[in-house]
Design a protein around this ligand. Structure first.
Ligand code: THU
Length: 161
């Protein structure tokens, strides 16, 4: 037998000021989108912004429902919206901001497991890594160069045949 070691590299930025202007713009879109979340049940607001290869930016936020499981995370709202409007446009970058309503959250909030699986679907579809930035709503930002860093050994379409 042998062990295979899987390593993840996570970048940490002290503030938005350290990001490239295009990525700073994207995280600002996520911060703004967060404020329009429909989250009356959790009072946890999440905003997401996706940059496509054609440089268009698509936003999303979490959409909750009185029938709780019917709700959807911000990341998936943005990615599904992007895919519905531009089905052939690769996703280059995803930015996420999350915090409880009315509070300051300095701790970066990573995408949930289901969102990681959906992000992996898009990387696999376009055969292109997606850079992912995530933060609270103030302070430091974390980033990974691919969903592989957050979801190693991902299941994908190639296993189905
Ligand atoms: N949520 C997201 O929008 N993205 C995540 O990655 C984690 C959780 C939302 C779902 C729900 O509306 C609220 O945050 C609390 O879980």
């Amino acid at each position: 037998m042998f062990y295979k070691q899987i390593k993840s590299k996570v970048q940490v930025f002290n503030s938005i000021g350290e990001l490239e202007p295009k990525d700073a713009e994207l995280i600002h879109k996520a911060l703004a989108a967060r404020l329009d979340a429909h989250s009356p049940y959790s009072d946890f607001q999440v905003g997401a912004a996706v940059r496509l290869a054609n440089n268009d930016i698509i936003i999303g936020n979490n959409q909750e429902n009185s029938s709780y499981p019917a709700g959807l995370c911000a990341e998936r709202v943005a990615l599904f919206y992007a895919s519905a409007v531009y089905p052939e446009e690769p996703v280059k970058t995803l930015a996420v901001s999350a915090a409880p309503k009315g509070q300051t959250n300095l701790q970066p909030v990573p995408p949930c497991g289901s969102c990681r699986q959906v992000i992996a679907e898009f990387e696999h579809k376009f055969k292109m890594p997606i850079k992912i930035y995530f933060m609270g709503n103030s302070g430091s930002i974390m980033a990974v160069n691919s969903i592989e860093c957050l979801l190693p050994l991902a299941f994908n379409k190639s296993f189905l045949r």
